[in-house]
Design a protein around this ligand. Structure first.
Ligand SMILES: Cc1cc2nc3c(=O)[nH]c(=O)nc-3n(C[C@H](O)[C@H](O)[C@H](O)COP(=O)(O)OP(=O)(O)OC[C@H]3O[C@@H](n4cnc5c(N)ncnc54)[C@H](O)[C@@H]3O)c2cc1C
Length: 290
């Protein structure tokens, strides 16, 4: 399969990339790892007239600790996340979820920025960014703005990024106190994408009760969501098998219209949410207990 012809631009600064986006408008697409965009172009489901490659712009691939958060450059590959000692130590949820993406070729090329902006319903990292209460930094002709993860994902394959903006950085705060994390994935056996993926972040108070908990769900519906009712049900409670199972049930019921396709019925997807939320919470609590 061969894509329709296109112009190729390789800016070396962010300002130049933004100027090119302004110049070409909706006819242009940014290119990061190309592992979502190029397949779409080959299928002619996307036919941008101009590709603006971010790969020659220095300084967009990094993982740093900053003011109690981890800052990740948008061009950081899944492999960088998976192998980062800083993430494994401070936010192992990110490394665990990145390691569950596709295969080694995909992880070597695909980037966190591309994954979040593409917003595939079966992508793994959106659940993680939601569960960690991340902030996304966007740069465009009007300057820089930040968007919370809760406001970033607005629908299937749709985010708050404007056509003339570049996602430059993802900021992920660490949970206070004794924290534990887990990512549970039911992968599609053919594509590897998540039929359901659950990212759980739990912190425990000194008396062992749940101080804070965040649950991000991907794969179940058209866009990733937080399981807020399940989180509220657990906060301040002892994490027993019963309270964790009850929270998992609430997470399953919170999916208004589970996706239904050749891979899984709506009922099966809801059941996957229930089972994997319980497992993710159990593992996160265990990790928090140390
Ligand atoms: C065989 C295969 C298996 C896969 N399995 C999985 C899986 O199991 N889990 C999973 O989560 N993903 C999976 N993926 C997708 C993979 O993670 C992609 O790499 C990712 O979704 C897109 O990242 P990219 O860097 O390749 O982006 P690209 O394909 O280059 O771009 C994707 C979209 O994002 C836009 N974009 C990219 N970067 C920016 C930016 N910084 N600012 C603004 N817009 C930007 C582009 O314009 C484009 O619209 C798989 C892909 C393949 C080919």
């Amino acid at each position: 399969m061969i894509p329709a012809s296109f112009e190729y631009e390789a800016p070396t600064t962010l300002d130049e990339a933004i100027r090119l986006l302004q110049q070409h408008g909706e006819n242009a697409k940014l290119l990061a790892g190309g592992h979502s965009l190029i397949p779409l172009m080959k299928l002619r489901l996307a036919q941008p007239g101009v590709l603006i490659d971010l790969g020659r712009i220095p300084g967009l691939a990094y993982i740093q600790e900053r003011d109690g958060s981890i800052a990740i450059g948008a061009l950081s590959t899944h492999f960088m996340l998976e192998t980062s000692d800083l993430l494994k130590r401070e936010l192992p949820l990110v490394a665990e979820a990145a390691a569950a993406i596709g295969d080694v070729q995909v992880r070597n090329r695909g980037t966190i920025g591309g994954s979040l902006v593409h917003a595939d319903p079966g992508a793994d990292l959106p659940a993680v960014v939601l569960a960690l209460g991340g902030t996304l930094v966007l740069r465009g002709p009007r300057g820089e703005r930040t968007v919370s993860a809760d406001e970033f994902f607005v629908g299937m394959l749709t985010t708050a990024v404007e056509p003339d903006e570049v996602l430059t950085e993802i900021r992920l705060p660490k949970l206070a106190g004794r924290a534990g994390y887990a990512y549970q994935k039911a992968p599609n056996p053919a594509s590897g994408y998540a039929m359901v993926g659950i990212a759980a972040a739990v912190s425990l108070a000194t008396d062992g009760t749940v101080q804070d908990v965040r649950i991000g769900i991907t794969g179940a519906g058209p866009q990733p969501v937080r399981a807020r009712a399940a989180e509220d049900a657990l906060r301040g409670r002892q994490p027993t098998p019963e309270t964790l199972a009850a929270a998992a049930e609430q997470a399953a019921q919170a999916i208004e219209e589970p996706m239904e396709d050749i891979h899984a019925s709506a009922d099966y997807r809801r059941a996957l949410v229930r089972v994997h939320t319980r497992r993710a919470l159990e593992r996160a609590v265990q990790a928090a207990r140390g």
